[in-house]
Design a protein around this ligand. Structure first.
Ligand code: ACO
Length: 330
């Protein structure tokens, strides 16, 4: 069974921060950011909540699909930056869309979230449990960015992407992977409890994690870079093998947008023409799990995806998680 993405949508907030804006707040330059990452601008929330961004993207996807939102029977939201610890982002988006009845849940696989969610959706569609699934990936990454840390603050932006997914007839394969021993390479800690009974401090079993401030993202950039350059081609190759096709048969690869140098390394390792990789990092920076569905929406709206095209999605992120899926566009 394949998957049929019948609608796509995206939303980005209208405040745009350029590299020169960062040069005014930390010791950096447009030249460093451009050459080391490929990023020029990123969109930043101006009071719009995560669920409001997600709902805006979802509304566009519903419209493109030409369905009634009441037909959605499951909502999977992917995010690392929810508005609330509970309820889920999925339920908040469902409420905003006016949906009366749908199962909703959040999935956190960091920047690989959409690839994981699509596979979860595929299995529910295949089982017959649900017929119309909304996957909404929405992130306010800037809520956990330390704007005094030049090595991370320049990388991230906010935004959302959404898709409506139904059963399809084409090919589908997926490789979901992870390296939990790298769980301390990218993390954002929540504070210890403040209860009157127990000890109100935690020992993470790791000096760096004990010392890190709550709420701000910490990242071992070089180690994540090395992981990502190996993980991306590996996941694509496994997904292609599972699909029974050669990597050269893939028409379009939509990679996670973390660093253009990581994408360029994958292009070299996979020996594919550059044009088959979609890159929009220059405009949006890294929006974690929203990168891939937002790119899908852009490509779909531009009429660049055709029936029968073999599309490959490949993501990696905190966890460390990674994964790729390959499916035919219907
Ligand atoms: N401006 C100027 N100089 C900087 C900046 C900056 N914004 N940031 C770092 N530097 C400096 C460093 O301090 C260092 O200086 P030093 O040599 O004097 O110590 C120098 O630049 C080189 O630093 P590196 O960390 O080696 O730079 P690198 O080329 O590796 O680029 C980067 C850093 C962009 C973070 C890269 O390592 C990277 O992209 N890593 C992967 C990140 C990633 O993929 N994250 C994905 C997951 S995120 C998620 O899941 C939410």
């Amino acid at each position: 069974m394949g998957i049929n993405i019948i609608g796509t949508g995206m939303f980005v907030p209208d405040v745009i921060a350029g590299n020169e804006d960062f040069a005014r707040i930390v010791d950096t330059s447009d030249e460093w950011i451009t050459t080391r990452t490929g990023i020029k601008t990123r969109h930043i929330t101006n009071g719009t909540l995560n669920f409001q961004m997600g709902a805006a993207a979802a509304k566009e996807a519903v419209e493109e699909a030409g369905i009634d939102p009441q037909e959605i029977d499951m909502i999977i939201a992917t995010t690392v930056t929810p508005d609330c610890l509970t309820p889920s982002l999925a339920c908040l988006v469902g409420k905003e869309l006016g949906i009366e009845s749908a199962a909703g849940m959040d999935l956190n696989a960091a920047c690989a979230g959409y690839v994981f969610a699509l596979d979860v959706a595929k299995h529910y569609l295949e089982s017959g449990e649900f017929e119309t699934i909304l996957i909404v990936s929405s992130e306010i990454i800037t809520r956990m960015v330390d704007y005094s840390d030049r090595s991370t603050c320049v990388l991230f932006g906010d935004g959302a992407g959404a898709t409506i997914v139904r059963k399809g007839e084409g090919m589908y394969s997926c490789a979901l992977k992870g390296k939990p021993q790298g769980a301390d390479k990218i993390f954002t800690k929540l504070p210890a409890p403040n209860n009157p009974f127990g000890k109100n401090e935690f020992d993470w079993g790791n000096d760096e994690m004990n010392a890190a401030p709550d709420y701000f993202m910490q990242m071992a950039g070089n180690e994540v870079y090395k992981f990502a350059t190996a993980a991306m081609p590996e996941a694509v190759e496994i997904a292609a093998q599972k699909a029974g096709i050669g990597v050269s048969e893939i028409d379009m690869i939509i990679p996670h947008q973390a660093n253009v140098r990581i994408v360029n390394t994958a292009i070299k390792r996979l020996k594919l023409p550059k044009e088959r990789f979609y890159v929009n990092i220059q405009e949006f920076g890294n929006i974690s799990s929203a990168c891939i569905p937002l790119a899908l929406a852009q490509l779909s709206h531009q009429g660049r995806l055709h029936k029968g095209d073999k599309i490959c999605l490949v993501g990696f992120g905190a966890g460390l998680t990674y994964g790729a899926s390959i499916f035919e566009w219907e």
